[in-house]
Design a protein around this ligand. Structure first.
Ligand code: NAD
Length: 486
């Protein structure tokens, strides 16, 4: 097949596409075939400056609109995204290799949810009145931070762009967004659609580039806030650079999350949760529960049922809606994951399912399950970001909580049990930001999403995200004479 996903130009600044071919080339590769489907160019310093200048100059007028007016633009953009869901989903599939079956329901639609939700609350972002003695009072004003930078990972390109843009714009900020160099296409569509929805020019700009472009955005003195979705090593660098300029940050980073399955759990639900938490998007999901602790009593039944169900996964052409499991995003990611599978075998884990690259074009790897994994093995400690599940045995609750928390990460955690009090007791002791009882990996826009420990700072989605994209000014008003000591 010959797919062409070439956009009009690499960047979208001040309401229009713009190109500068002197920037380093960025080749967009369709993961299911390895073919180049578009070539873009990394932003030059001049392009970066144009984007920041456009966002900076648009911010005052955007913030001066009422929240209701800003919200109307976001809600219109959400409607357009939903109308074009199929085209946007196909583009997302070409960019990421994720099956269309997934992108139709979890990518552009999730972006639309965020625009709709934050568009809906934009008009009610207010301060408060605080009465004091003698009739004095303080009122607070919720103000935008200013120019925000968003930097994305490659696994959910549309969703990440919208999860950052929606709360930022609702609060009256403007944004320069840099997608991952691996998946640069769909953020441009979000920028185009916002303009079509009536957004003023310059409030949402997209520049392409590698880490150096991200770094030049983070260090620019015009920038008030940086929101990154990426790995912990990148997060460390970006957080440090932002701290130097005392900028606000949101860090959505990696994980190695535990999923604990007690022997009284519904086996079928636990297997479903483990599948969702390990193999959706070919395992390239930050919140995945890749350390699956299974109580000894149901271990073999769990492995048997899991293998039976994995054998029914339809691996193949991501554009075929019957396909439920696609390739990894890139050859590089395929090699990283294959390296982890080799380590699992070398360190003595038992391969229960998969483990092989598929003998076909594209970056396909079978869903892979290791059992008898112990806490010290590399595959139980490091984020793999691919379709590799580690099953660990446990005997009792106290033991499994301590082992589940023995990690530097703290993004997600899940518990499967039919014992109501145990479910809440255990989840209350797990060190993670996004937790699940008897399900896994759902991320509705209404709920806060984000990690603790090394997995991140701040929360996306929910009303809480507003606190990360605005700050309060307080105004003390005296109704009395001013008393001074002399
Ligand atoms: N917590 C979450 O919400 C979430 C969601 C998706 C992915 N992730 C994480 O993202 C990682 C996978 O994505 P990735 O490989 O694209 O991550 P990455 O850290 O390699 O890159 C993320 C982004 O940062 C940019 N970047 C790299 N160096 C930079 C620098 N010095 N300054 C500024 N920007 C820089 C990259 O160009 C890219 O756009 C995984 O660790 C995954 O867990 C987290």
């Amino acid at each position: 097949m010959n797919y062409n996903a070439q956009p009009k130009a690499s960047h979208f600044i001040n309401g229009a596409y713009i190109e500068d071919t002197s920037g380093a080339p960025i080749k967009v590769i369709y993961p299911a075939s390895g073919e180049v489907i578009a070539t873009l160019h990394s932003a030059t310093p001049d392009i970066v400056d144009k984007a920041l200048a456009a966002a900076k100059s648009a911010q005052g007028a955007w913030a001066a609109l009422s929240g209701t007016e800003r919200g109307r633009v976001l809600r219109r953009a959400a409607d357009i995204i939903r109308e074009r869901n199929r085209d946007l989903s196909i583009l997302e599939t070409l960019d990421t290799g994720k099956p269309l079956q997934e992108t139709l329901v979890a990518d552009a639609t999730s972006g639309a949810d965020a625009l709709e939700y934050f568009g809906g609350i934009a008009g009610s972002l207010t301060g408060e009145h605080i009465p004091l003695s003698g009739g004095d009072f303080v009122y607070t004003v919720r103000e935008a931070l200013g120019l925000c930078v968003g930097i994305g990972a490659w696994n959910y390109p549309t969703q990440i762009a919208c999860w950052k843009a929606a709360p930022a714009l609702a609060c009256g900020n403007t944004m320069v967004f840099k997608p991952s160099e691996t998946t640069p296409l769909s953020a441009l569509k979000v920028a185009e659609i916002l303009i079509e929805a009536g957004a003023p020019k310059g409030i949402f700009n997209v520049v392409q580039g590698y880490g150096d472009v991200g770094s030049s955005l983070v260090t620019d003195p015009r920038v008030a806030k940086v929101s990154l979705t990426g790995s912990v090593p990148t997060g460390r660098k970006v957080y440090a650079a932002a701290a130097d300029g005392m900028k606000h940050v949101t860090m959505e980073l990696g994980g190695k999350s535990p999923m604990i399955i007690f022997d009284d759990a519904s086996l079928e639900n636990a297997v479903s949760g483990a599948i969702l938490g390990n193999f959706y998007s070919s395992g390239q999901v930050c919140s995945n529960g890749t350390r699956v602790f299974v109580q000894k009593g149901i271990k073999e039944a769990f492995l048997k049922r899991l293998s039976e169900r994995l054998a029914t996964a339809v691996i193949g052409d991501p554009l075929d809606e019957a396909t439920s499991f696609g390739p990894l995003v890139s050859e590089n990611q395929l090699n990283i994951v294959k390296g982890y599978i080799a380590k699992g075998l070398n360190e003595g884990a038992r391969l229960v399912f998969g483990g092989n690259q598929l003998n076909k074009l594209g970056f396909y790897l079978e869903p892979t399950v290791f059992a008898d994994v112990t806490d010290g093995m590399t595959i139980a400690r490091e984020e793999i970001f691919g379709p590799v599940m580690s099953v660990l045995d446990f005997e009792d609750e106290v033991e499994v909580i301590a082992r589940a928390n023995d990690t530097e990460f703290g993004l997600s955690a899940g518990v499967f049990t039919n014992d109501l009090t145990r479910a809440h007791r255990v989840i209350g002791k797990l060190e993670a930001g996004s937790c699940f009882i008897n399900t896994y990996n759902l991320a509705p826009v209404e709920a806060p999403f984000g990690g603790s420990k090394m997995s991140g700072v701040g929360r996306e989605n929910s009303k809480n995200a507003v606190n990360h994209y605005s700050e309060l000014r307080s105004v003390y008003v005296s109704m009395n004479d001013v008393e001074a000591p002399y």
